[in-house]
Design a protein around this ligand. Structure first.
Ligand code: ZN
Length: 646
């Protein structure tokens, strides 16, 4: 055991030396050398350990884990197919089929988690390092661990599927205008992106929150009780702790988010102040408060989380507009399929494999307006843990926002393909935020004015006098656009997860759910409800990830990590100019490094994986701040004479 510790220490130390010497001059193959080093040390640990004669416990653990992993593989593959069937055709039959399978998986986990825990209690006697890692992954794998009472599990599955169905099938009807029906996708998404009518937006916001939130409220209240029961049955304090262990192998996620929020707050306050005074000008007959919180229905989408679509309002006249980018895409002959081909080509230019034949054959890219099948339109990517079957589900349209989403989803698929050779338990991201970050990192290059003009629009570039060509405002309008999506997201994501952690911990009771939510939004995001809300309303339930019971910290952390990845990959590509101008297209060096890290899946702790790409192992906001530095200067200038903060 001592030897093992010593070797472990050696490994850390030599890694440190390697990193320290690398940070001065990075040879192009340094990621390989870090990995070689790690593998060498692993091998030595395993060899020494086997020389000291591993006992029967070791053999038992290795065989048991191997068998369990195979069984896990088969079960998860079945769940993934059932999940796909349900999401693309939300019938009661498909819901039941999914619930049945989930119940099976849960029962199976319950039978086996005890054994895994028993092996882990004597982890020192297991010489095979990978087995210990697989066992740890197995124990924390489920977001909602198997409760002692099987009925509880059945209820949890039912509640989540019902909430998801409420969200996906909700329709609001405009009774004053031809009884027009609006679903979230595509009608409401389009309305919130394009309507500039204050009252129409407020109507859509209020109806959606009333219709969806109020139906989800009783289901959610029950779900919290049941999930906490499952968590405490498994030794977690509450379900929030189980989520954190499952996504990050640690329980300090809230503290990390607190720290990062404080770091980006000065930038967010400037962005918030600038957007606010532009909105005050734009809706000048509405007497908006120039120094207070902004009404949530005016900020780009239903949740005030991505403000990109109001760029037309906030940009000074001389800069290029969002609608022009959308029109340029259509003029250049893009279809949704062609947007996917474009994204695929970026990934292959970095050395990634092409998408598989199954991907093109079986994915859902668009939703026909005539199709009345109840389908969950929230864009998602699916790994079926079967040979070549990877798919995307999306109801895409041809516009710049969806082009980014296409890259985001392809990032997930590229990740699935990259770690497909790992044991099933490791076929997931280094942590949940990494999985979200890959596609967005790539999209950061795609959306640069240089790449947009040269590659996306290619030969069909607009006329030479167009504002799409380089000009004084081009870089700043691009940066502002990026900030409206990435910077604006952070306080929203922070609040949503902080609110759920408080709910899970019992700090907010059901009668305080909605008021507590708006207190946090006003305090941290500077956003308020557009109409007065009652404690019987349930506005968080009008958000997909609450209805679908998916953690949100991963989006917060991803928005920060992607700037770390972008900066490191640009450095690999020897980019020396300002960070926001970097485009890693056709850079095999950057691609190599990214692919290496992704191919590890979850087989190594995420700080090690982050280190392989960046040279350091913690999540920090400094690269994001560096990226937006020119914008920060510009915002300060524009905000002169206006109040900042709320
Ligand atoms: Zn995603």
């Amino acid at each position: 055991m001592m030897l093992l510790r010593l070797l472990m220490m050696m490994r850390l130390f030599s890694l440190f030396l390697l990193i320290a010497s690398l940070s001065e001059a990075l040879p192009h193959d340094w990621a390989e050398s870090v990995l070689r080093e790690l593998d060498d040390i692993d091998e030595r640990v395993n060899k020494r350990a086997s020389r000291k004669r591993c006992g029967a416990e070791n053999t038992d653990a290795v065989y048991w884990t191997d068998r369990t992993n195979s069984h896990f593989h088969e079960l998860m593959s079945n769940v993934s197919y059932a999940n796909w069937n349900y999401l693309t055709n939300m019938t009661k039959y498909n819901a039941r089929a999914l619930e049945d399978l989930e119940a099976q998986v849960d029962a199976w986990f319950k039978t086996n988690v005890g054994t895994a825990r028993r092996f882990l209690r004597d982890a020192d006697r297991i010489c095979h390092g990978t087995t210990v890692k697989l066992l740890r992954k197995f124990v924390n794998y489920q977001l909602v661990p198997a409760p002692a009472n099987p009925t509880t599990h059945r209820l949890i599955s039912y509640l989540v599927n019902s909430m998801q169905q409420v969200y996906s099938t909700a329709v609001i009807v405009d009774e004053e205008r031809n009884m027009k029906r609006y679903r979230m996708n595509p009608e409401l998404t389009r309305l919130m992106a394009t309507s500039r009518d204050f009252d129409e937006r407020q109507w859509a916001w209020t109806e959606w929150h009333d219709v969806v939130g109020r139906q989800i409220r009783p289901l959610f209240i029950e779900l919290v009780v049941r999930m906490n029961e499952a968590a405490t049955d498994n030794g977690y304090r509450d379900i929030g702790e189980a989520w954190q262990m499952s996504d990050y192998d640690s329980t300090d996620v809230e503290a990390t988010m607190d720290r990062l929020y404080q770091q980006i707050l000065p930038l967010y306050r400037q962005l918030h102040a600038y957007v606010r005074h532009r909105l005050v000008d734009y809706y000048r007959h509405r007497n908006l408060n120039i120094s207070g919180s902004i009404p949530a229905h005016l900020l780009g989408d239903m949740w005030a989380q991505d403000w990109t679509s109001i760029i037309d309002i906030v940009l000074p006249e001389e800069m290029y507009k969002q609608s022009e980018m959308d029109a340029a895409l259509r003029r250049a002959g893009y279809s949704v399929k062609k947007m996917f081909r474009l994204a695929e080509e970026f990934f292959t230019s970095l050395g990634f494999d092409k998408m598989t034949a199954d991907f093109w054959r079986k994915s859902v890219f668009v939703r026909s307006p005539l199709d009345d099948t109840a389908m969950d339109c929230h864009a998602s990517a699916h790994d079926f843990l079967a040979d070549n079957d990877f798919r995307v589900k999306m109801c895409a349209e041809v516009n710049a926002a969806d082009l980014q989403t296409v890259h985001h989803e392809l990032g997930h698929v590229a990740y699935f393909m990259q770690y497909r050779h790992q044991p099933a338990l490791f076929r997931t991201g280094a942590n949940a935020a990494f999985h979200e970050a890959v596609g967005d990192t790539v999209a950061m290059s795609v959306m640069t004015p240089h790449h947009w003009r040269g590659v996306v629009l290619g030969r069909r570039m607009p006329a030479p006098r167009s504002r799409h060509l380089p000009g004084p405002g081009t870089d700043l309008s691009f940066l502002l656009r990026m900030a409206l999506s990435r910077v604006a997201l952070l306080p929203y994501a922070y609040v949503l997860e902080k609110w759920r952690y408080a709910v899970f911990r019992g700090r907010l009771t059901p009668s305080q759910y909605n008021t507590g939510y708006w207190k946090l939004r006003e305090r941290y995001q500077g956003v308020k409800a557009p109409v007065s809300r009652a404690s019987t309303d349930f506005d968080p339930g009008a958000k997909f990830h609450v209805a679908a019971n998916i953690p949100y910290s991963r989006y917060f952390l991803s928005a920060i990590v992607q700037f770390q990845l972008h900066a490191a990959l640009c450095r690999t590509d020897k980019h020396v100019e300002q960070l926001h101008t970097c485009d890693i297209y056709r850079s095999p060096a950057a691609g190599n490094r990214l692919r290496k890290a992704m191919s590890l899946g979850a087989s190594r702790p995420w700080p090690e994986v982050l280190k392989i790409i960046t040279g350091y192992g913690d999540i920090r906001a400094d690269r994001m701040l560096e990226y937006f530095r020119p914008l920060m200067v510009w915002l300060r200038l524009k905000n002169r004479g206006y109040p900042v903060g709320w």
